[in-house]
Ligand binder design. Structure first.
Ligand SMILES: Cc1cc2nc3c(=O)[nH]c(=O)nc-3n(C[C@H](O)[C@H](O)[C@H](O)COP(=O)(O)OP(=O)(O)OC[C@H]3O[C@@H](n4cnc5c(N)ncnc54)[C@H](O)[C@@H]3O)c2cc1C
Length: 246
């Protein structure tokens, strides 16, 4: 899993999100972090960094693309060791991107609900997302995503943010206690709530997503996440992604 902070990307050894979090409340006060404003709070929220990992690594994408693409020219006899790389590079350079659609990849993002609201606007992908209707956050610590501009924020801004998250958690739990179901109490949950989403798309669509969501015009939270994800695609399949820069 690739944890994504403001500008740096960490490659942790394990998949455990909890370790990356800032648990608030009495414990964090002892640790000197921005924490709960109410030391009597029994329930403690967690603040973690957004991250991503492969849900479905591309399986021999260049060979798959070459095999499909050479059908156009009936040039299968030209398939040799290393020809797939040259063929895929030619496709990208010439803009013949429909052939790239034959290869797919899946990514699991752990991020906030504001970011996933933007991700799901991309129509040429399959999505499965953690449901705030069916997951009961009253049974667990509520988890929020640390904004990527956290380190540049003042202590007052950090305290205000944590207060807002704690307040949402408290109101949610009170609504559950009053008889509302999770799908009703979720109305008070904020954009910063942690969520998981698995996104499966073909590699042409991933190129499109990275182009839009790593541009300077993109929201900083999704931009940092997608820059890290794009770098992962570049490491995995440089031929198809190494032309993509910030
Ligand atoms: C910086 C930024 C700011 C944004 N601000 C806003 C905003 O303020 N409000 C808002 O509502 N949205 C906003 N969006 C979302 C944006 O409008 C798009 O919905 C989103 O980026 C998906 O882009 P897309 O349609 O190109 O891509 P996808 O849905 O991923 O589609 C990929 C490509 O397939 C083709 N395609 C897909 N479906 C069709 C179709 N039905 N007909 C024809 N061609 C199709 C198009 O070529 C498209 O570019 C913003 C996006 C960005 C990047």
């Amino acid at each position: 899993m690739q944890k994504v902070t403001g500008h740096a990307v960490h490659l942790p050894a394990d998949r455990e999100c909890r370790g990356a979090g800032i648990a608030t409340g009495r414990r964090s006060r002892r640790q000197g972090m921005a924490g709960s404003l109410n030391p009597q709070r029994k329930i403690r929220m967690k603040l973690i960094e957004q991250s991503w990992e492969w849900a479905q690594k591309p399986d021999r994408p260049l060979e798959c693309i070459e095999s499909a693409g050479r059908t156009c020219y009936k040039s299968e006899d030209k398939i040799t060791q290393g020809s797939a790389e040259r063929f895929a590079r030619m496709l990208v350079k010439s803009g013949h991107e429909s052939v790239i659609e034959h290869a797919v990849a899946g990514v699991r993002f752990i991020t906030n609900r504001g970011v996933t609201h933007e991700i799901v606007r991309h129509r040429l992908a399959a999505y499965s997302q953690e449901s705030t209707r069916y997951v009961n956050y009253g049974n667990q610590e509520m988890t929020f995503i640390r904004p990527v501009w956290w380190e540049q924020s003042t202590e007052e801004q950090k305290a205000l943010f944590i207060k807002a998250c704690e307040s949402a958690e408290d109101q949610y739990n009170q609504l559950l206690a009053s008889g509302w179901q999770p799908q009703q109490a979720r109305e008070v949950l904020p954009n910063s709530l942690k969520t998981e989403i698995v996104v499966t798309a073909n590699l042409r669509e991933w190129r499109h997503i990275f182009r839009l969501r790593t541009s300077k015009a993109a929201h900083p939270q999704i931009r940092v996440l997608m820059q890290s994800c794009r770098d992962g695609f570049q490491r995995q399949i440089p031929i198809l992604f190494d032309d993509m820069q910030d």
